[in-house]
Write a protein that binds this ligand. Structure first.
Ligand SMILES: Nc1nc2c([nH]c(=O)n2[C@H]2C[C@H](O)[C@@H](COP(=O)(O)OP(=O)(O)OP(=O)(O)O)O2)c(=O)[nH]1
Ligand SMILES: [Mg+2]
Length: 312
């Protein structure tokens, strides 16, 4: 990504309606990327703040008044015609009945339908961000499988929808058996499971999670099914994660942690600066709990991930 590129600042919205459905519009034929589905929005005007621009665009294009919105992701993309900075916000409270005021078709879609639609090439990470929740549970080292699954169920009941199954001390067969049970239980709550360093990838998993060391191994990690995510601790590791094509990442430690007392941590400023360098969703990790979701979002993060604070 060139820093001298004159980026065209575009505001776009992931508008959430009933049961989490998302409102999309079709770009008018003849316009740039015409005919494709888009997250409604348009160019920021001189003198506007991003939120003002977002509100104006959604009023002009859909006739709605935004009541509450928060940043979701920023994506930079260079088209042959223009370089765009897509500044995407999530809108969860609005008034008015959205309709295509410029004659464009609009529709509500389930998050799971999004990956089957044709969007402009810049939109892939936005679709990932729209499908990912704000909070990810990373499991602590399992001791007794029955106790583990019970605690997992408690976490799922409390609203967890993304689980990174992390077990370093199990034998391969034990790992796979518990990973299968974890996926089965998570799926019964419509939650998804990433496998951290599995002996083999399981078809029932929703993604493969890489350690930061694996990022540098000469290996094709792309799983046949699901997402590819990675643990990162620096700008260099995030750049390497981008290089190998991860869908999203976890950046840590953001705050001091009990597990690594006295170790250096990034702090929110450095977290924000690192996230700004990449085009995919990044979870903040390290010393965090549910109360830090808004802080993470303000710094460009997808939300927070945690072990300790999300496990009973
Ligand atoms: N709104 C929106 N624009 C997108 C998305 N993906 C994507 O690549 N773009 C690009 C296409 C365009 O080059 C640019 C948005 O410009 P636009 O044509 O919608 O701008 P606008 O609403 O202000 O329209 P206009 O006044 O120029 O007619 O961003 C998306 O999901 N939503
Ligand atoms: Mg527009």
């Amino acid at each position: 990504m060139s820093v001298v590129e004159p980026w065209l600042h575009v505001m776009a919205a992931v508008i959430r309606g009933q049961e989490g459905r998302i409102l999309l519009a079709q770009r008018p034929p003849g316009k740039h990327q015409g005919g494709k589905w888009e997250f409604p929005g348009g160019k920021l005007e001189v003198g506007e703040t991003p939120l003002q621009g977002l509100k104006r665009e959604l009023h002009e294009e859909l006739g709605i008044e935004v009541q509450h919105a928060q940043p979701l992701i920023k994506v930079r993309h260079v088209y042959p015609e223009t370089a765009v900075l897509l500044d995407v916000w999530e809108v969860d409270v609005f008034t008015g009945e959205p309709h295509g005021r410029e004659g464009q078709p609009v529709g509500w879609f389930e998050t799971e339908q999004l990956s089957g639609l044709e969007f402009p090439p810049a939109n892939y990470p936005i679709v990932t961000a729209a499908r990912l929740p704000e909070v990810c549970l990373i499991t602590p080292e399992p001791e007794d499988p029955a106790v583990f699954l019970h605690k997992l169920e408690v976490a799922l009941q409390s609203g967890i929808r993304l689980v990174q199954f992390r077990a370093k001390r199990l034998l391969p067969d034990e790992y796979l058996a518990l990973a299968r049970e974890t996926a089965r239980l998570a799926h019964s709550f419509s939650a998804r499971v990433l496998l951290n360093s599995p002996p083999v990838m399981l078809p029932e998993a929703d993604g493969l999670h890489l350690t930061s060391a694996q990022l540098w191994q000469d290996h094709d990690w792309q799983p046949h099914n699901g997402w590819l995510s990675a643990s990162c601790h620096s700008r260099e590791e995030l750049a390497q994660a981008a290089e190998i094509g991860v869908d999203f990442a976890f950046l840590s430690p953001v705050l001091p942690t009990l597990s690594h007392p006295g170790a250096a941590h990034l702090g929110w400023e450095a977290f924000a600066a690192c996230v700004e360098q990449v085009n995919f969703p990044v979870y903040a990790l390290g010393g965090l709990d549910n109360s830090h979701v808004v802080a993470a979002r303000k710094r460009g993060g997808q939300g927070i991930a945690a072990i300790r604070s999300l496990w009973s």
